[in-house]
Design a protein around this ligand. Structure first.
Ligand code: 5CU
Length: 375
């Protein structure tokens, strides 16, 4: 393989962010739980600190892999990853007050850029985080600032937007700025589904239901709402990279399209909206958006899922990722991560015989789309 391998889905909780989490007592936060007071746990997902859960089911143990960039480089070396595009992990800056968010975004984005410059030039790039609880002006100013930071290649954000989702018209100035600056939006879930859907025995099943199903469905709903509200009709050049191969979007796109085509209320509403772009015949289809505006990571752990992603968006729009530091091996001392091996195997099974497609998914697509240079 001659093309460098690029990981576009790999997170960090930089030291300044860890300090912030350690200073808090409501989700998200970091603390120890008796009887084990020697190791801290990271509590980030809704419902994770339910006191009825055993302490070992609350959050996840948090060690240096989460915040020490040397561990990231060691992980890259162990898994033959040449370049990583690091991103702040969930829940980003969503929980900060309006006053705190702007300065925190500047500090953390500057830190991330400096980490890329100092620790491993040519091996690290980054997606910045937006201060979405601040005013629109502050968010738009941070987008312009990010564009000037040499290692930034886009932004990462969740599905809550300004608090009411990604179909909120108040996001339009932010979408306009991201489109104008040509910054890729890495869209990542965090909030999942209401915990009630997991049922009364959810605590017995660890994190399986929220991570395997809640995360992908959250992404699918968020992107479908963007589509229904006409985000890509108004911003035809807005480019998004969807985590976890688009949730279930490639699989459900046909159903979404069919439900739109059969929804009399929606058709009438759009026909009467007075907005020519929203008139039924001008609406862009899910398939069109998938193939022109959507990139998908290859973090889906199976050949079948990956084939669906490739069929939906094209092999030139799918990019390798690991989700490091999440999903580490359960056994201590295992250096090769099962989660990473599974993703590599899925890529080879899906496109392995077509070497150029495999090289694209493993790194070539990210290098082309994000303008990366390997030292
Ligand atoms: O294990 C988890 O909770 C997570 C998470 O929070 N975010 C992520 O990207 N992957 C796994």
């Amino acid at each position: 393989m001659t093309t460098p391998v690029v990981d576009v889905h790999t997170h960090v909780y930089p030291p300044a962010y860890m300090d912030l989490l350690r200073s808090r007592s409501s989700v998200p936060y970091v603390r120890t739980f008796p009887p084990d007071t020697s190791s801290s746990r990271l509590i980030i997902l809704p419902g994770e600190d339910d006191p009825s859960r055993p302490s070992t089911a609350r959050g996840r143990p948090v060690g240096p892999a989460y915040y020490d960039i040397k561990e990231k480089i060691a992980f890259m070396d162990a898994h033959k990853i040449d370049i990583s595009v690091i991103s702040l992990a969930n829940p980003w800056l969503d929980f900060l007050s309006a006053d705190e968010a702007g300065p925190a975004a500047q500090r953390i984005n500057d830190d991330m850029n400096a980490v890329c410059a100092q620790n491993a030039p040519g091996r690290l790039y980054a997606f910045g985080a937006l201060p979405l609880s601040a005013s629109t002006e502050v968010v738009v100013a941070e987008i312009a600032r990010l564009k000037q930071l040499p290692y930034m290649r886009g932004i990462i954000m969740g599905t809550s937007g300004l608090g009411s989702g990604l179909d909120d018209p108040a996001l339009d100035p932010i979408y306009a700025a991201l489109q104008a600056q040509r910054l890729l939006v890495f869209l990542h879930p965090h909030y999942g589904l209401p915990v009630s859907v997991y049922g009364p025995r959810a605590g017995d099943y660890g994190h399986v239901l929220p991570l395997a199903l809640g995360f992908p469905l959250e992404t699918t709903v968020a992107v479908t709402r963007m589509l229904l509200s006409g985000v890509w009709d108004r911003f035809p050049d807005l480019q998004v990279l969807l985590a976890h191969s688009g949730g279930t979007l490639p699989f459900l796109a046909g159903r979404i399209e069919s439900c739109i085509a059969h929804d009399a209320h929606l058709m009438k509403k759009q026909a009467n909206s007075g907005d020519a772009n929203k008139a039924p015949r001008r609406r862009r289809s899910v398939w069109d958006v998938l193939s022109k505006n959507v990139y998908l990571d290859a973090v889906v752990y199976s050949e079948i899922g990956l084939r669906a992603a490739i069929e939906a968006s094209g092999a030139d729009r799918v990019m390798f990722g690991t989700d490091h530091p999440f999903f580490p091996p359960l056994e201590e001392g295992e250096t090769e991560w099962l989660s990473v091996r599974t993703n590599y195997q899925a890529i080879h099974a899906a496109v392995g015989r077509e070497q150029d497609l495999a090289e694209g998914v493993l790194g070539g697509n990210a290098i082309r789309v994000l303008g990366l240079k390997h030292a």
